[in-house]
Every structure is written in C-alpha cells, then in structure tokens.
Design a protein around this ligand. Structure first.
Ligand code: ZN
Length: 346
C-alpha cells in the first residue's frame, strides 16, 4: 500500500488530541500534586503499620481477631489516621483548583487560538475570558465526594464488622479511593474550564463547533467524534456506538461527557476545508469508526460494550479498509479484542 502523507485536516485533529491534550494533562498533574501532597505514600504507611499491628496482636494477617480489646484499639488508630489524612484533602483540592482556574481558562483560550492559526493560516490573539460563576462553584463539589469516602470507610471499620485483616484493608481502601475521586474531579473541572474558554472563542469567531474525541475514547464519546453543530446549539443527547447505552443523559453543550473524559470542542467552518481532501470533521468520524473497529480503548472500559459497539459498526457499515473491518469481525466472533491499546506514534 502506498504511504499517504497526512493532510492538514488530520494534522489539525492531532494537534488537539495530541499536543494540546498532553498539555492539559500535565496541567492537571500539577494541580493534583498540590492537592494530594504525599497522601498516597501516607496511606501506604498506614496500611503497613496496621498490618504489623494486626500480626502482633493476632498472630498473622490471615488470623481472625481473637481479642476484642486489641481489635478496638487497632481500629481506633486506623479511624483516627483516616480522619487526619482526609480532613485537609478537600480544602487543599479546592484551594489548588481555585488558584488554577484562571490559568485553565487561559490555557483553553490559548490552545484554541493556536488551533485557529493552524486552521485558517491567520494569526490571532486568544479571546480573553474569565472563569464563570458556575465553574467556580463546581470546584467545591469535591468536599461531598471526600466526605462520602471517609464516612463509608469509618462505617466499615467498626469492631462488630471487622473479623479479619482483609476487612480492615477494605475500609482503608475506600478511604484511599478519595485520592482517585480528587484526580477525577480535577480532570473534570479543568476539562470544563478548557471547553468553556473554547466555546467563548468559538462564539467570537462565528464558526460552528466540532467534537474532538480522544483516540481511546469510550463508545459514547466516539459517537460524538466529528459531529458539527451551531456554536450555540447542544449536541444530541444519548449517542453511543453501543446500542445498549443509547438514550442516556442530557444533550451536552460540550465535553466532558463523563468523569475523566478529555474530549474537546473547537471551531469549525466549512470554508477551512481543503479542496480534494477529507475534511477535519469527516477525518474525526472515520478515526472514531476505526477505533471502534480496532477496540482501541482504556482498560477501564467494559470489553462487552466494545464488542457490542464493533458489532453495531459492522451492521451499519464501517466504511473502513477491509483489513480493519476484518479485525472487528474476528473480535465480534471471538467475543473479545486481543489488544485494545492505542498504537503510539504517527
Ligand atoms: Zn470523552
């Protein structure tokens, strides 16, 4: 097969999906480092210390708690440690995010200006925006999520519910999952900030908006990839390549569609399309169909959902090279994709 040179429309998509998304991710990491501080390490220390205490008191980590007094003391120490570790987490996250919000919006505006430069060949300054009231209020939503993990953990760590070390470990695990909730919250709020700035910039240019999905997007986001709507319109509600996930949720103005979604919108105007080559939205739609056919996805996504999506793609007609459709056909027949990792590199 002849090697095809990437056209400008594909390069535009890859600018947003690659470089710009990586920059947003690095930005999230800086906020998370401040919010989480050394919390992961301290949960590790708590786990090790309490397993040692359990072994000293009852003989081994597998042994049942045979002495109620010793069990009460061990659990009291764990519960106090969880309160101490999680107490400052939500305030620290809110502070780190509040401090970063203006920069997040500016990052979105700057990235969108860079995209327009590439798309139109005309240099322009970023549209200046400030974080909306709605966005500033979203920051504090983390305190309920952390309190929920803490309360569930404390409820699990009662002497009448803990018989073995594994029961105590499960409680510590629930408390520790607050760190994951914090990371997800940061990703979501930063994603909303970036897309808010982008939407303001799109309004300003008078162009339409197009959905740019991640290369390993879920079956729902993949159904939005390359969709173009008016700047002030919503995208349709409940799209999915997986028929059993269709019809859920509200019509979104923009991504993020779900927690940890790093999809983006950018401006799109038909007049920017080059003659004779596939347009950027069409390139995005084709790429999304390819990723459904190949099963490219995160390990956290359901394998069954990816298979249902691939079957649906084949049913409606994938419009992809035979070799790619064959991968989908084999996976559907086998009931699983052999490898779901997105290939890296050009
Ligand atoms: Zn997404």
């Amino acid at each position: 097969m002849m090697a095809r040179r990437p056209d400008r429309n594909e390069e535009l998509a890859h600018l947003v999906q690659g470089e710009q998304t990586d920059e947003v991710r690095a930005f999230e990491d800086r906020i998370a480092a401040r919010a989480l501080s050394d919390l992961e390490a301290r949960f590790g220390v708590l786990t090790r210390r309490s397993i040692t205490a359990w072994t000293v008191a009852f003989g081994s980590p597998q042994a049942e708690a045979s002495n109620p007094g010793a069990l009460r003391r061990i659990l009291a120490v764990i519960r106090a440690a969880i309160r101490r570790l999680l107490g400052p987490l939500a305030p620290r996250t809110e502070q780190a995010l509040s401090d970063a919000l203006l920069e997040a919006v500016r990052l979105g505006a700057r990235q969108h200006a860079a995209f327009l430069d590439e798309a139109t060949g005309r240099s322009r300054r970023p549209v200046s925006t400030r974080p909306s009231q709605r966005l500033r209020e979203r920051v504090s939503a983390i305190s309920d999520a952390v309190a929920d993990r803490r309360d569930r953990a404390l409820a699990m760590l009662r002497p009448n519910l803990v018989r073995r070390w594994s029961d105590a470990q499960a409680g510590i695990g629930v408390a520790r999952s607050a760190t994951t909730a914090v990371r997800t919250h940061i990703t979501t709020v930063v994603g909303e900030a970036v897309n808010e700035a982008t939407q303001a910039a799109i309004d300003y240019t008078g162009a339409k908006k197009v959905w740019i999905a991640e290369r390993d997007a879920c079956v729902n986001c993949a159904a939005y990839a390359g969709l173009v709507v008016a700047a002030d319109a919503k995208f349709p509600a409940g799209l999915s390549w997986d028929p059993s996930q269709r019809g859920r949720g509200k019509a979104p103005d923009a991504p993020p569609l779900h927690p940890n979604c790093r999809c983006r919108v950018t401006a799109w105007d038909e007049s920017w399309a080059q003659q004779g080559v596939i347009s950027m939205p069409e390139a995005l739609r084709r790429e999304a169909r390819r990723s459904i056919a190949r099963g490219w996805s995160l390990p956290t996504e359901s394998g069954a959902a990816r298979i249902r999506a691939a079957r649906e793609l084949l049913r409606v007609g994938a419009g992809l090279p035979k070799s790619v459709e064959e991968v989908a056909r084999l996976a559907v027949a086998a009931g699983r994709f052999q490898d779901r990792t997105v290939p890296t590199g050009p």
